[in-house]
Ligand binder design. Structure first.
Ligand code: UD1
Length: 350
């Protein structure tokens, strides 16, 4: 039985890992490292409990550092584990510092690296995620892409082999959520749902202040699930939640709570990558507070709208009326199974 070492560390990776783990454990010896990049109970533990993810075999404590230090220390500790475990492959997800650290360790030890959610590009190198994903793709061996756009991006960079369009594993998770019955209509309606954590939105005082001002002036209440990074910045800038009567600030929520907040909202305002798609799958309009998105398919028919320079346009959310909805934009919810089958073929042909 081949051994696969999965590396996860940040909130969206726990969500992506949940359906993949279910599939891969059927066929492989799956060992998981949690780097500890996200460490608060409501940024980490709650996802393991709720999504019934196996306890990671290794839990590192590498949250809350500068990027260089964090990535470097992850590499040192992951390398030791890899030398000890001798896996047949390393599995990485998305674009975080944990992704890059895992990819680098694998590549340097000549262990095949499989990248889930490969080929995404924002073409904005000021985002740490863009650096992480470009580098990870250039040292990976197998690429699981969610859309043909990702294939085009990889081809343009000369990455041509072992690319498999399996769809998006986050869609698998949405379908699993639907099955549980935990996704339901709530009494709480008539609100916009908000999450923001990108450094370019929350690390700059005038910009964060302007965004909060806009949220405070919306026609409906804004429920803002506030990321630890954003909370820390609000404290640093002395921005008081009590000054914003139209914003209901809540702590980060679990996966099912988050999905329910999207499912029942009048629109999502976010800078998250994954939530742009979740809004799409749940047929909710979305304003993405970013200059660009990797998920360009969501922009079609106004399901998703980018707002960046002119923050006043956040207020336009009331007027947006999305057009036709296209099914299967990011596959049809069986990405994890396809990943398992492709990995089986890969090992067979080796
Ligand atoms: C990271 C990812 C980003 C992803 C996001 C999801 C990178 C470069 N960025 O950004 O791609 O969209 O996670 O949330 O990998 N913190 C806590 N408690 C926690 C987690 C974080 O207090 O449980 C603090 C950290 O100590 C740090 C700040 O929040 O001060 C930012 O966390 P970090 O993981 O560095 O980056 P994110 O902004 O979360």
């Amino acid at each position: 039985m081949q051994k696969i070492l999965a590396i996860i560390g940040a909130r969206p990776q726990f969500i992506k890992h949940a359906p993949v783990e279910l599939e891969l454990r059927q066929e492989f010896n799956l060992v998981t490292i949690h780097t500890g990049q996200h460490y608060d109970d409501n940024m980490s533990k709650v996802f393991f409990d709720e999504l019934k993810i196996n306890k990671p075999e290794y839990l590192l404590e590498l949250g809350g550092m500068s990027h260089g230090k964090q990535t470097g220390m992850m590499m040192m500790q992951i390398e030791d584990i890899v030398l000890d475990e001798e896996p047949d492959a390393i599995l990485i997800y998305g674009d975080t510092n944990s992704t890059l650290a895992g990819a680098l360790v694998g590549a340097k030890l000549h262990i095949p690296v499989f990248h889930i959610e490969a080929g995404l590009r924002s073409f904005n190198k000021s985002m740490p995620e863009e650096i992480n994903r470009v580098l990870a793709d250039h040292i990976s061996d197998m690429f699981f892409i969610p859309s043909e756009t990702a294939r085009t991006n990889l081809h343009k960079e000369g990455v041509k082999n072992n690319i498999f369009n399996v769809g998006d594993v986050m869609y698998d998770m949405i379908l699993l959520a639907r099955k549980t019955g935990l996704m339901k209509n709530s009494d709480q309606s008539g609100y916009y749902y908000v999450t923001l954590h990108r450094p370019y939105n929350v690390d700059i005082e005038p910009r964060l202040t302007e965004i909060l001002k806009m949220l405070n002036s919306l026609d409906k209440i804004a429920i803002f699930a506030i990321h630890p990074r954003t909370r820390k910045k609000m404290e640093k800038f002395d921005l008081k939640t009590s000054d914003y009567s139209n914003i209901k600030f809540i702590d980060p929520v679990s996966y099912f709570e988050n999905i329910n907040y999207i499912y029942n909202c009048n629109g999502l305002i976010t800078d998250s990558g994954g939530m742009q798609k979740e809004a799409y799958w749940l047929k909710k309009k979305c304003i993405t507070v970013r200059p660009e998105t990797e998920w360009i398919e969501t922009l079609e028919n106004k399901w998703n709208t980018l707002v960046f320079d002119d923050l006043k346009k956040i207020g336009n959310i009331i007027n947006i009326q999305p057009g036709e909805y296209k099914e299967d934009v990011y596959g049809n919810g069986n990405a994890s199974e396809k990943i398992r089958l492709e990995i089986m073929k890969y090992f067979k042909n080796k």
